[in-house]
Design a protein around this ligand. Structure first.
Ligand SMILES: [Zn+2]
Length: 175
């Protein structure tokens, strides 16, 4: 069992270089972003491109998720799988994305379910359909690496639709 102080945390472990103006965390440059700016970018894209914006955001998220997965992969060797999944939720919570929890992860079936309560994209938003395509893509990318499988992710619940949290379901891609 690793102590809370030893768990990876963005807020605790990130460092700022005065020289380069970069915040670094696990050897990656990070940017602290205004939540309103984030939601405005997604909203402006959807206003301009309609639902055509959705696959673009999914793909962008997927690519970032692949990089995140590679960044997180070394932890897989350090701690048991269940704890690893819990830690992943805690890392993204520490970045302000909302309360992130991996509620199911099956490395054999290549399946995972992630819940994000008060998700940063849907926070305060109202929509008839799920809107967190960027996060769905990111969850796919991360689990594609961690489960080492060809998977897809669908957002099956979204706070913007009135659900209590956003839910992302990763399953094996049907060929
Ligand atoms: Zn959502």
């Amino acid at each position: 069992m690793i102590e809370k102080k030893d768990k990876p945390s963005f807020l605790r472990d990130a460092t700022l270089s005065e020289e380069t103006g970069e915040i670094r965390w696990r050897n990656t440059d990070m940017v602290v972003f205004h939540g309103i700016a984030l939601r405005t970018i997604f909203k402006a894209n959807r206003e301009l491109l309609g639902s055509g914006a959705d696959p673009i955001w999914y793909e962008a998220g997927r690519k970032v998720g692949l990089a995140d997965g590679e960044l997180l992969l070394p932890l897989k060797e350090e701690i048991p799988w269940v704890q690893f999944m819990q830690t992943i939720g805690e890392i993204f919570t520490s970045m302000g994305w909302g309360v992130c929890k991996v509620v199911l992860s099956d490395p054999d079936k290549k399946e995972a379910i992630v819940h994000i309560k008060n998700c940063a994209i849907s926070r305060g938003e109202i929509s008839d359909t799920a809107i967190c395509y960027y996060l769905a893509g990111a969850v796919e990318g991360i689990f594609r690496v961690l489960l080492n499988a060809d998977v897809v992710c669908r957002e099956t619940k979204c706070q913007a639709k009135g659900d209590p949290y956003c839910e992302f379901h990763v399953t094996r891609k049907l060929s």
